[in-house]
Design a protein around this ligand. Structure first.
Ligand SMILES: CC(C)(COP(=O)(O)OP(=O)(O)OC[C@H]1O[C@@H](n2cnc3c(N)ncnc32)[C@H](O)[C@@H]1OP(=O)(O)O)[C@@H](O)C(=O)NCCC(=O)NCCS
Length: 275
């Protein structure tokens, strides 16, 4: 993989010289995209030693290079016509993934076994962990990292890192429930086992406040095993008193506890295939 990384970095240095359809460059970039698609490589991960998020920039670059190199193609399904540069992911059943009509994922996204896509969208570079449910109208932005047994409820927006180009992808750790229409963007992180209330807005500018003490825990990072909701905080500005959003940690779950509102329903998740 090291030499592939070097080749991608070299292409990146000379990206302004690359033209769409360049066969040699496309072959190199495609190798990197294949690693993302199969889950062998991932754009970002949590370093277990430091608990920090490590971003593999060269894989992000390979995606940006793909956009430069790819050519437009028109496809048709019944009366629907699409014109795009990137193909969609395929062979879901063989990989133990269930996709309801209207759900789609781009090639270069990885969906682990047991994933269910309701009519939703998963962009390139994203990774969705085992047995995770991406519910109706949820979107998983480019390079976002979603853990195992997560429920992204209806209409949840998980931001991507390609446009605007952000340094760190969104990371949702294992066993999280993100409530309906919550928006988690720009490198925000939700710790393992947490439950995020419907409609919550989380990004690295939003303070996460401990409801017990009133202290600011972080900006954009909900700690593990938290039950958190969108709330507002008073803010004095020259123009008057305003209320800006924050995320309030209402209480902490004990490690390993699943919130009763976050219970998974095995009947809905059954694939009828061994996973
Ligand atoms: C966050 C959540 C799990 C909290 O549930 P809970 O632990 O049982 O807590 P409660 O319902 O007792 O609510 C605690 C407090 O938070 C408030 N609250 C609950 N949900 C809230 C939300 N989404 N945003 C802001 N405040 C919220 C309640 O009004 C309550 O305030 P109070 O203490 O003054 O009465 C739940 O409210 C929620 O949002 N679940 C997600 C639902 C969802 O999107 N399901 C999707 C299925 S597809």
């Amino acid at each position: 993989m090291a030499s592939l990384e070097e080749s991608i970095d070299e292409l990146w240095e000379h990206r302004s010289d690359l033209a769409a359809g360049d066969g040699d460059a496309t072959a190199i970039v495609d190798e990197a995209i294949e690693l993302l698609d199969s889950g062998e490589a991932r754009v970002a991960e949590i370093d277990p030693a430091s608990d920090e998020i490590v971003v593999h920039e060269w894989l992000k670059r390979s995606i940006l290079l793909l956009f430069r190199l790819a050519t437009m193609s028109t496809t048709q399904v019944g009366p629907f016509e699409f014109a795009d540069k990137l193909p969609l992911k395929k062979d879901f059943a063989a990989h133990g993934v269930r996709v309801v009509p209207g759900g789609s994922a781009r090639r270069g996204a990885f969906l682990d076994r047991g994933v269910i896509l309701m009519p939703s969208y998963v962009n390139i570079g994203a990774r969705v962990g085992r047995d995770t449910m991406v519910d109706t109208w949820a979107t998983v932005g480019s390079c976002a990292q979603i853990g195992e047994r997560v429920h992204l409820s209806g209409g949840v927006g998980i931001g991507g890192v390609l446009e605007p180009p952000n340094a760190v992808p969104v990371v949702i750790e294992d066993d999280v429930l993100v409530g309906s229409r919550a928006m988690v963007t720009d490198g925000a992180r939700i710790g393992e086992g947490s439950v995020i209330g419907a409609g919550t807005i989380l990004n690295p500018s939003i303070p996460v406040i401990d409801g017990e003490t009133g202290a600011e825990i972080s900006r954009g990072h909900v700690p593990p095993w938290s039950v958190a909701v969108g709330a507002s905080r008073r803010r004095e500005l020259p123009g008057g008193e305003f209320f800006l959003p924050c995320v309030l940690v209402l209480r902490r779950l004990t490690e390993g506890e699943r919130h009763d509102k976050a219970a998974l329903n095995d009947v809905l998740r059954s694939h009828g295939v061994s996973t």
